[in-house]
Design a protein around this ligand. Structure first.
Ligand code: HEC
Ligand code: HEC
Ligand code: HEC
Ligand code: HEC
Ligand code: HEC
Length: 219
């Protein structure tokens, strides 16, 4: 022992270094904890909206297709949010006195669009495109979760770079037939890896080394 800690001052110096290292580890650990916590990711956190639009009811009870409101999702990079006219195509006759729909009626009367608050968003330096994902077999549910059970749209996941590249490296784990892109609560009809391998060929998906190239997402 006397060799390890020859002098008391030396011992104190070592303890101090240990304390600094532990302190820095705690800060690093805290940062990692933070970027995976809902406080940072906003996963599952309700975002206040001018009208509380219940997806669950409109999808599960009325059986509306996502494209009824998100018309751009299979044709452009942007999914689009519905204009007031889309709501009023029903709500000029249905639930016409419902208080929660007052902002929709006002918007229709004044011609001022409803200002929906963004739920999902990527930094400006990331390029994303809905059309290519939807047309090459990635279902809405894979990225947005069970929207059909939500009373208000929430983030199903945070899009870390690794969230995108994990799939770009192994798309066969996730791909669906075209008929099931908009399905919620989907289960594949055969083993996913067998189906996925077939679909990679069918959709002519580029090899993983190309799909994780930085210039795909950072242009
Ligand atoms: C009747 C119209 C309607 C239908 C049908 C509909 N949505 Fe929406 N959706 C909206 C409105 C309005 C918003 C904006 C309000 C909000 O975010 O709560 C929205 C928001 C969203 C968002 C969050 C957007 C953001 O800011 O990131 C996602 C994701 C979404 N919808 C997915 C879907 C999916 C998947 C389907 C089909 C299963 C679907 N929606 C069907 C009207 C609709
Ligand atoms: C295809 C027809 C249809 C469209 C399009 C539609 N709705 Fe509805 N919505 C309904 C019906 C039916 C109800 C149930 C009314 C009732 O319970 O009396 C309803 C109910 C609601 C409710 C009340 C839910 C509750 O708590 O009972 C809200 C809020 C609402 N809709 C918002 C919207 C908004 C915002 C849009 C446009 C983005 C929209 N709806 C588009 C048919 C529609
Ligand atoms: C590969 C993952 C992925 C898939 C699949 C996907 N989305 Fe998205 N979605 C995103 C991301 C990421 C954003 C945020 C985009 C941004 O900030 O530029 C987003 C944003 C949205 C928005 C907000 C408006 C917009 O375009 O930014 C809506 C609405 C939406 N998605 C609906 C859908 C629907 C409906 C489907 C299925 C037909 C779908 N998404 C499939 C990842 C996905
Ligand atoms: C669940 C799987 C999956 C996820 C998650 C995913 N992607 Fe993709 N992505 C694909 C597939 C499949 C393609 C089509 C590849 C092809 O055409 O060969 C694609 C294509 C793309 C393309 C177009 C490439 C081109 O040049 O045509 C971009 C850009 C892209 N993804 C960005 C993203 C970003 C950014 C994210 C994360 C927010 C993301 N992707 C998440 C599966 C996914
Ligand atoms: C499939 C899409 C995709 C590919 C491929 C991709 N990135 Fe990213 N990258 C993202 C997304 C999404 C973010 C934003 C993450 C966030 O908001 O936290 C990001 C963020 C970043 C950041 C900011 C810091 C960080 O990590 O959040 C850097 C730097 C970066 N990427 C570099 C690269 C480099 C270098 C490559 C090539 C080896 C690459 N990216 C390939 C999607 C991608």
């Amino acid at each position: 022992m006397s060799q390890l800690f020859p002098a008391r001052s030396n011992f104190i110096a070592k303890i101090s270094i240990l304390a600094v290292v532990l302190f820095m580890a705690a800060i690093a650990g805290g940062l990692v904890w933070y970027i995976y916590s809902p406080a940072f990711t906003k996963v599952g956190v309700a975002i206040p909206q001018p009208v509380p639009f219940p997806h669950n009811f409109h999808i599960a009870a009325l059986g509306l297709d996502c494209r009824y409101c998100h018309v751009g999702v299979d044709q452009s990079s942007f999914a689009d949010l519905p204009p007031t006219e889309t709501c009023m195509s029903c709500h000029s006759q249905i639930a016409t006195t419902l208080a929660s729909l007052q902002p929709v009626r006002d918007s229709y009367a004044n011609g001022t669009p409803i200002q929906w608050n963004r739920v999902n968003s990527l930094p400006d330096y990331v390029y994303f495109n809905h059309q290519i994902h939807v047309n090459k077999g990635v279902g809405c549910e894979t990225c947005h979760g069970r929207v059909d059970t939500e009373t208000t749209a929430v983030r199903a996941k945070y899009f870390y770079m690794s969230t995108c590249t994990e799939c770009h490296s192994n798309p066969e784990k996730y791909l669906r037939p075209q008929a099931n892109i908009y399905d919620m609560g989907y289960t594949p009809s055969e083993a996913q890896m067998t189906l996925g391998a077939k679909l990679v060929k069918e959709y002519d998906i580029m090899p993983p080394n190309q799909l994780v190239d930085c210039s795909i997402c950072h242009r």
